[in-house]
Design a protein around this ligand. Structure first.
Ligand code: ZN
Length: 164
């Protein structure tokens, strides 16, 4: 059973008329995200402001409606956030779509429009789609903070293996 309320007018507007789907000229950092299980591909670019906050986020790529709408909502949400705040929001989004965080008021307060993707937690096949943009941003920001690129997930897996 799929939740039908997800594909509402507001959601479809992000798919049909995305605000942040364009190739940014002067980005500070960029990162690719791929979801092979669905074929979603995302190229995310971020420009940092002088005060260390995210001035602009934009993406190019292609994929299903959930992956693209999620990327658009995320790009809107991240403007003005510090990398630390952004990474926390990415974690909260992940907790939401995996059903760990269910406090609707809190989610709407923190994630704004993206809280509507909560229904994805009832659609296991779409979780990786919804998560793609947030995972990509989180990897990018953590990589920048660590001074290393895109190995966040591999490092986490290696850590897990070492602890096993
Ligand atoms: Zn997808």
């Amino acid at each position: 059973m799929e939740a039908t309320s997800l594909y509402n007018a507001q959601f479809m507007d992000h798919v049909a008329h995305p605000d942040y789907k364009y190739d940014m000229g002067d980005c500070t950092c960029e990162h690719d995200g791929i979801n092979p299980s669905c074929g979603d591909e995302l190229h995310l670019k971020v420009r940092m402001a002088d005060d260390g906050t995210i001035a602009e986020a934009a993406y190019t790529g292609h994929g299903c409606a959930v992956s693209m709408a999620s990327a658009d909502m995320m790009s809107d949400l991240m403007v003005g956030k510090t990398p630390e705040e952004a990474i926390k929001l990415c974690q909260e989004f992940k907790d939401m779509i995996t059903g760990k965080q269910t406090d609707q008021d809190q989610l709407e307060q923190d994630l704004d429009e993206a809280a509507m993707l909560k229904d994805v937690s009832h659609m296991p096949a779409r979780v990786k789609c919804a998560e793609l943009a947030w995972r990509t941003l989180s990897e990018m920001l953590k990589g920048t903070a660590d001074g290393q690129a895109s190995t966040t997930e591999d490092a986490a897996d290696a850590q897990k293996a070492a602890n096993a």
